[in-house]
Design a protein around this ligand. Structure first.
Ligand code: PEP
Ligand code: MN
Length: 328
């Protein structure tokens, strides 16, 4: 494919010129550029409109490739910037359960050093008989926690119909592992006006993960964070297999921030801290981790949520490691 990076202000002229050649193409404004992607074998030579670069990427993914955009893309979550070279920690319960639970957790993780609060209001549960989340009431509790602590909030969107309330309350939207290839949701998130935390599906390849990000970008949203959260392998000892190689790979081949979720692959709080450190050692820009005031009594993912004491220990170790890796 041919990939043309133009100036934002020349976008209209560039589009007209490419269209006048009769070449089918995709057009999008992203990261301060006007980008044209043409299908393989399309010939667009001798453009009159000035452009920054014309590149031919051999990969199926284009917009998110680091090959053409060497500078890492920062993503703004609320008023906090996630970017390369800085440790960003998102922490909070698996699910929003009660006002007391979410506020207590929010205050604790904030004081312990978290940058954002997570909490599920719409929950993707394996069994239909387990707690499905509080829905919009849960979003309101998250908003209250943000008001009290100043922490930006992230929460999962499962159904395109829930997009208006989720976008209204959340500073960043999580696309869960089970929905990574829900193309309807991906396209909608491209127009959401909120950054997206794109979790890798546990049965998906790295390329499929990048192409899911490509959908969001192509529909106009450049605020994408890649989240490795473990994949299915033959081994069932831990809940999933954390793919640390995917983190190292994603950092080199995509220009987007990459973070890791140590909670879901661990499936057990005893292994969360070591996995979190492995995520950072592999080059991730941050973590999204589950924390609960009384994990054993949590309404979802009870075994894997960290206690407050464990979260304090995690932040301290993560910061030491980040410093050793030259991050702030
Ligand atoms: C979660 O973050 O609580 C969650 C359900 O994650 P995943 O989509 O990665 O399973
Ligand atoms: Mn969970």
């Amino acid at each position: 494919m041919l990939f043309i990076v133009g100036n934002r202000e020349d976008g209209k002229a560039l589009k007209e010129e490419v269209e006048s050649r009769g070449v089918p193409a995709w057009y999008v404004e992203l990261w301060g550029n006007y980008i044209v992607v043409t299908p393989p074998h399309a010939r667009v030579e001798g453009l009159k409109t000035p452009v920054k670069a014309v590149v031919e990427l051999k990969t199926e993914y284009q917009l998110v490739a680091r090959e053409w955009k060497r500078d890492p893309t920062p993503v703004l979550i609320g008023d906090k910037e996630m970017r390369e070279g800085r440790l960003f920690i998102i922490a909070g319960p698996c699910s929003v359960e009660t006002e007391e639970q979410v506020l207590k957790t929010a205050h604790f993780v904030k004081n312990a050093g978290a940058d954002a609060l997570r909490g599920g209001a719409f929950k993707p549960r394996t069994s239909p008989y387990t707690f499905q989340g509080l829905g919009e009431a849960g979003l309101k509790l998250l908003a209250k926690a943000r008001e009290e602590t100043g922490l930006p909030i992230t929460t999962e969107l499962m159904d395109p119909e829930d997009m208006p309330p989720v976008v209204k309350y959340a500073d960043a939207v999580q696309l869960g592992a089970r929905n990574m290839q829900n193309f309807t949701l991906l396209k909608k998130l491209g127009r959401a006006g909120r950054p997206v935390l794109l979790k890798r599906g546990f049965g998906n390849t790295i390329e499929e993960w990048f192409l899911a990000a490509e959908y969001i970008a192509l529909h106009g949203n450049g605020g994408i964070v890649l989240v490795e959260r473990g994949i299915r392998t033959f081994d069932k000892t831990l809940r999933f297999t954390l793919d640390v190689g995917a983190i190292a790979y994603a950092k080199q081949h995509a220009h987007l921030p990459v973070i890791g979720d140590p909670s879901h692959p661990a499936g057990d709080r005893r292994y969360v801290i070591p996995l979190a450190l492995a995520i950072l050692a592999a080059g991730a820009d941050g973590l999204i981790v589950e924390v609960h005031p009384d994990p054993d009594r949590a309404w979802s993912d009870a075994k894997q949520q960290l206690t407050f004491d464990q979260f304090t220990e995690l932040v301290q170790k993560a910061r030491e490691l980040a410093r050793a890796l030259g991050k702030s």
